[in-house]
Design a protein around this ligand. Structure first.
Ligand SMILES: Nc1ncnc2c1ncn2[C@@H]1O[C@H](COP(=O)(O)OP(=O)(O)O)[C@@H](O)[C@H]1O
Ligand SMILES: [Mg+2]
Length: 163
């Protein structure tokens, strides 16, 4: 008999930037068009590091540098990756004016850093990844899915992590 349960939160500890990138790459490899990842966590916790991994998993060769100064970047791999960083934006209107919706509801994979600044105008269905600082090289990653696609993704990631 198989136990079928849906996981509502997956929590893991990364012990190095490389581990965070590798985990990201595993996510990038299974991405489908339209997938949305909302990254939450303070400065230097590893949001860009994780994004780099997702980019690699999508077959992107470029470096997914934090787009803090340009706010948004598009990178091209197996699927396009739209990488936004809301760090420098303080008002919800500024976020709306970016016109992210074409991407967020299109066929790109979207990763949004500092997503907490724009939750009210970002897609309801997403995978939220909260990263917290534990020590110099340790980070806690909490993955919270909203919507069927992300519940399934989490179940898959959980299975691969345990195998
Ligand atoms: N386990 C870890 N996972 C991710 N980054 C880590 C980890 N341990 C140390 N670091 C360091 O933390 C920093 C994270 O930077 P970055 O990804 O730019 O953060 P953010 O985008 O959240 O501001 C990097 O200097 C990285 O080397
Ligand atoms: Mg960053």
């Amino acid at each position: 008999m198989k136990l079928r349960q849906s996981i509502s939160c997956l929590e893991l500890i990364s012990y190095s930037p490389e581990q965070t990138q590798k985990f990201g790459a595993g996510i990038g490899e299974i991405c489908l068009p339209g997938d949305v990842f909302l990254l939450v966590g303070s400065l230097g916790t590893g949001k860009t590091c994780l994004t780099q991994g997702i980019a690699w998993g999508l077959g992107i060769k470029e470096y997914a540098a934090s787009p803090s100064f340009v706010v948004v970047r598009e990178l091209y791999g197996r699927l396009p990756l739209y990488h936004a960083d809301l760090y420098r934006l303080d008002h919800i209107e500024e976020i709306v004016e970016l016109g992210l919706d074409d991407y967020l509801y299109g066929n790109s994979v979207c990763v949004v850093e500092w997503a907490e600044k724009g939750l009210s105008v970002l897609p309801v269905e997403h995978l939220l990844i909260q990263i917290s600082y534990l020590s110099d090289n340790e980070r806690k990653l909490q993955l919270k899915p909203s919507g069927k696609r992300y519940l399934e993704m989490l179940a898959y990631l959980n299975k691969t992590l345990n195998s």
